[in-house]
Design a protein around this ligand. Structure first.
Ligand SMILES: [Fe+2]
Length: 186
């Protein structure tokens, strides 16, 4: 039996149970991404799935869920095992240009064969929320977020190679979403 997570509250509970205790910094980031997603969903009249996906996007970092070490895939697989599927899971699987990082890690074919692509408008909105939220939950400009990620992982890491390959797409998407929103981000 396959369900959508229709409730952002359920998504919040699930994410809190998996991330809050073992990864408090990641949890601070996730809470702020979800808060921004609530604002973006309201401003752009998008479905609550955006908020649910924001709560769940980094759930694959939870230590007990690490399988491939690629958190979008590990997280989406976990949600599917839990009987959750549909748009929210696709958004998690492909969040913030994950298909480019999957290619860098040699997991592109696996990701594509297991999860269908996410709605592009929702996917762009989630990228905006993630890329404007720093590791401690503070607002950051997307370009600065990419600099921070590179610095955090160091020059040889797969995440850094991903960021280098995806930077222009990430900045283009984030800029496109930003143009649709009021000037003062929340
Ligand atoms: Fe993520």
């Amino acid at each position: 039996m396959v369900n959508d997570v229709t409730s952002a509250f359920e998504a919040e509970d699930l994410a809190e149970a998996m991330l809050a205790a073992p990864l408090p910094r990641r949890w601070r980031h996730v809470r702020s991404v979800a808060r921004r997603a609530r604002w973006v969903a309201k401003e752009l009249a998008l479905s609550d799935d955006l908020v649910a996906a924001a709560w769940l996007h980094d759930i694959g970092y939870a230590p007990e869920l690490v399988e491939t070490g690629f958190h979008p895939l590990d997280g989406a697989r976990y949600l599917r095992r839990e009987g959750i599927d549909g748009q929210v899971v696709s958004l998690v699987a492909y969040h913030s240009c994950a298909q480019i990082e999957a290619d860098v890690r040699g997991l592109g074919a696996e990701l594509a064969s297991e999860f269908s692509p996410a709605d592009p408008v929702m996917s762009d909105a989630l990228l905006y929320c993630d890329m404007t939220t720093g590791p401690d939950g503070e607002y950051v400009r997307p370009a600065d977020r990419l600099v921070e990620i590179r610095g955090r992982y160091g020059p040889d890491h797969e995440v850094t190679r991903f960021v280098e390959r995806a930077a222009s797409e990430i900045l283009t998407i984030a800029g496109r979403v930003e143009e649709m929103l009021p000037a003062q981000p929340r």
